[in-house]
Design a protein around this ligand. Structure first.
Ligand code: IMP
Length: 200
């Protein structure tokens, strides 16, 4: 399988070299992440006092963030996951991680969200195409309330006007991995958020 990056250079899946942790620049350390996740958990606890909430994580990138976040929330809370995939567009000289706007559901929530207080948990808000698709889909369930928590926000790349209610960190236009975020499925298990050079 071949991708093209923003400089229109061919990138072959099979040729992705795994960079070791000490070759990567740490953008946000595990300590900073833990501190910010605790703050967001506190904020959600205050904003939702007296309510039952359901966190809906977007697979797979949000799994790590969700598992830390829910343990910082002191509420009657449950969680579920949805999966989405972006259709690739080989004719477009797009970036390797760009959504084309054509997003499809690969896993739906297990239970109805009707009349629930839903907090969608996403790893990163980039162009906004994925979140816009998911938001429209989940609002179709007619939840009582709907809010969005994202670990990272790259506002400089936004194509659709959409914002999160809770943002961990606003970051520059760099490709990042770790703490759930991947490049070709690698690096999700890194405890820090690191910049992956030469991707973009
Ligand atoms: P959007 O539809 O462009 O907002 O893309 C959101 C999705 O793109 C995220 O859920 C990630 O899967 C992926 N993504 C965007 N930027 C990055 C990045 O820097 N590292 C890893 N994945 C990214």
């Amino acid at each position: 399988m071949m991708w093209r990056n923003r400089f229109n250079a061919a990138v072959w899946c099979v040729s992705v070299r795994y960079l070791s942790v000490n070759e990567l620049e740490v953008l946000i350390s595990r300590e900073e992440i833990a501190g910010r996740v605790a703050e967001i958990g506190k904020q959600i606890t205050a904003d939702s006092a007296g309510e039952a909430v359901i966190f809906v994580g977007v697979l797979k990138g949000a799994a790590v963030f969700l598992s830390d976040l829910v343990r910082q929330v002191k509420l009657d809370a449950t969680f579920d996951f949805i999966g989405v995939a972006s259709y690739g567009n080989p004719s477009e000289q797009g970036k390797v991680w760009d959504s084309t706007g054509e997003v499809r559901l690969t896993k739906d929530v297990d239970r109805s969200l009707r009349d629930k207080n839903v907090i969608l948990v996403e790893d990163i808000l980039d162009t906004g195409l994925t979140l816009t698709f998911i938001k429209r889909l989940l609002l179709g369930h007619q939840p009582q309330s709907f809010r969005v928590a994202v670990l990272l926000d790259k506002p400089s790349r936004r194509k659709l006007a959409i914002q999160a209610d809770y943002v961990g960190f606003t970051i520059p236009d760099k490709f990042v991995v770790g703490y759930g975020l991947d490049y070709a499925e690698q690096y999700r298990n890194l405890p820090d958020i690191c910049v992956l050079p030469d991707v973009g």
